[in-house]
Design a protein around this ligand. Structure first.
Ligand SMILES: [Zn+2]
Length: 131
C-alpha cells in the first residue's frame, strides 16, 4: 500500500498535526505492507504525460450596464487542474485524484527498485519545466 508523507500543506490534513496520521499508519502496518512515498511534485505533475499542470481557470467577462465590457477576469476553480500539455488527454481533473495516481505510480517504481522521474525530485524541477 502506498502512503503519502503529507508533506504538502493542502487539503484535509491542514488543521491536524501529523500524529494521528502516524498512528493510523502504524495501524495499517499491522495489516499490510506500508511504503512511505514522498509526495513532492505529485500534485502538480500530470499523471499521464508528466508535464506540469496548472489550476483550471475560467475566463469570465462581465458586461456593465452601459454595454462596455469590463476586463476579463480569471476565476480559479478550486482544486481542479488542467494539464499544460495540449495533446494530453488530461483535462479538468481533481487535484487530489491526480496526486493519488502519481503516488501510486511512484510506489510501483519504488517497489521495482527504479528511480523517481525528474519531475518528482525537487533538485531537477527546472529541467522538467523546460522540455
Ligand atoms: Zn498531461
Amino acid at each position: 500500500m502506498g502512503f503519502g508523507d503529507f508533506s504538502q500543506k493542502h487539503g484535509l490534513v491542514k488543521k491536524h498535526p501529523t500524529a494521528p496520521i502516524k498512528k493510523f499508519r502504524n495501524e495499517l502496518k499491522r495489516y499490510c505492507d506500508v511504503v512511505e512515498i514522498d509526495e513532492w511534485g505529485t500534485s502538480k505533475t500530470c499523471n499521464k504525460c508528466f508535464h506540469p499542470i496548472e489550476l483550471y481557470k475560467n475566463k469570465v467577462i462581465r458586461k456593465k450596464r452601459d454595454g462596455t465590457r469590463t476586463k476579463a477576469k480569471l476565476s480559479v476553480i478550486n482544486s481542479v487542474i488542467r494539464c499544460k500539455f495540449n495533446e494530453c488527454s488530461l483535462c479538468c481533473m481533481d487535484r487530489d485524484i491526480n496526486a493519488c495516481k502519481n503516488i501510486l505510480f511512484l510506489l510501483q517504481l519504488q517497489k521495482a527498485g527504479k528511480k523517481r522521474p525528474q519531475c518528482f525530485t525537487p533538485k531537477n524541477m527546472n529541467e522538467c519545466d523546460t522540455p
